[in-house]
Design a protein. Structure first.
Length: 75
């Protein structure tokens, strides 16, 4: 069995205002984990917005910054 029963893989760019609502919604739907790929120029704002989801003993989010634009297909 995989590490997470139901996981989502998402890419976000300039989603600071909506990301927390999105993550709460996915948690409510029953997802056990979200792999979040940040495609912002600087990941700081998005990381700060999701910090509560990436911290703790069992984080809900795995956060990865992809610093080059246009790599959504490779993600």
């Amino acid at each position: 069995m995989s590490r997470h029963e139901i996981a989502a893989v998402v890419c976000a760019r300039w989603e600071n205002d909506y990301i927390v609502e999105f993550l709460r919604y996915y948690r409510k739907l029953g997802y056990s984990h979200v792999y979040l790929y940040c495609n912002d120029d600087s990941p700081r704002s998005l990381y700060e917005a999701v910090y509560d989801f990436v911290s703790g003993d069992r984080p809900f989010v795995t956060f990865t910054h992809v610093k080059f634009q246009g790599l959504q297909h490779q993600i």
